[in-house]
Design a protein around this ligand. Sequence first.
Ligand code: KG4
Ligand code: ZN
Length: 342
Amino acid sequence: MQQTSTIILGIESSCDDTAAAVIKNGKILANVVANQSVHEQYGGVVPELASRAHQQNIVPVVEAALKKANVTKEELSAIAFTNGPGLLGSLLVGSSFAKAFAMGLNIPIIEVNHMQGHVLAHFIEELDSVSSTKKPNFPFLCLTVSGGHTQIVKITDYFTFEVIGETIDDAAGEAFDKVSKMLELPYPGGPILDKNAQQGNPIYEFPHPKVDGLNFSFSGLKTSVLYFLKKEIAKNEKFREENINDICASVQKTIVDILIKNLKKAIKQTGIKEVAIAGGVSANSELRKQILNLQKMGCNTYIPKFEYCTDNAAMIAITGYYKYLEQDFATQQVVPNARMKL
Ligand code: KG4
Ligand code: ZN
């Protein structure tokens, strides 16, 4: 019998979230994520523990996604999985599972670049078109901001990506996380700093880095915040606790201002007025607000749904779907690439 639908199972395990999603003809049927709380006590992701937790979670997460989607494994057209960049041990769990499962089902496998997935999350359709978000038109610019990456990418079609600016040191998400740690906020830092910031005012100023072209740098910000705190705490030992919301708002505004400044430069340089954001930091309230302001420059702006900003498998499944349409399959010899480039 000829298959009429394309049903892709997506698997994501690049860092500390074990995720599975099912997409049918580009529409999302299920999107399941298991977060790993084991890292909280260490204030950051411990790679060995992440791999073990993926190993524990992967089967129940995939089962839950198939059940939620009301799809049997025999109905799957292909399995897409994150093959990099990320933590090698974590990637190995997802890729080995995908390879074995697909071999058992005698269906193709599709390797997906995690960062391409973040960008293509903009193309995920909901079952009812009313709740789907607008899709960007090609070519568009995407500010991809996560825990490991900060890039401005020019996207010409589903598969053609050109990085026109990137961080020369820390990623924006890393800056959020490292400053949060300095402020003694619990892990994961970014979302908690954001929450505090929404109750404060950006009254403190931190310097912007001097970097060429469209590149970014965030390592200096950490040092500025560290010296600032030392100086203020020497005058008032309760400074941090008493001013936590204003400090968070100030750090957040500085990070977002740095991001937006280069994005505006990129818009002017390329003349492209279709502008999107992607990656974990695109969940940030200040960034989401400031991106909307670009509409005053005549830009169309695109913000992913909250659940498609941080790591998820729906973005892997949608990328897999477009690669499936091109019959772009991987072989069983494929191995994860922790430093995979866009
Ligand atoms: O894309 P993602 O889930 O994982 C990676 O691929 O790295 O991004 C995680 C990053 C973390 O650094 C996290 O602190 C940051 O995204 N993040 C945020 C917010 N939500 C997540 N940063 C600032 N504000 C948020 N609301
Ligand atoms: Zn990510």
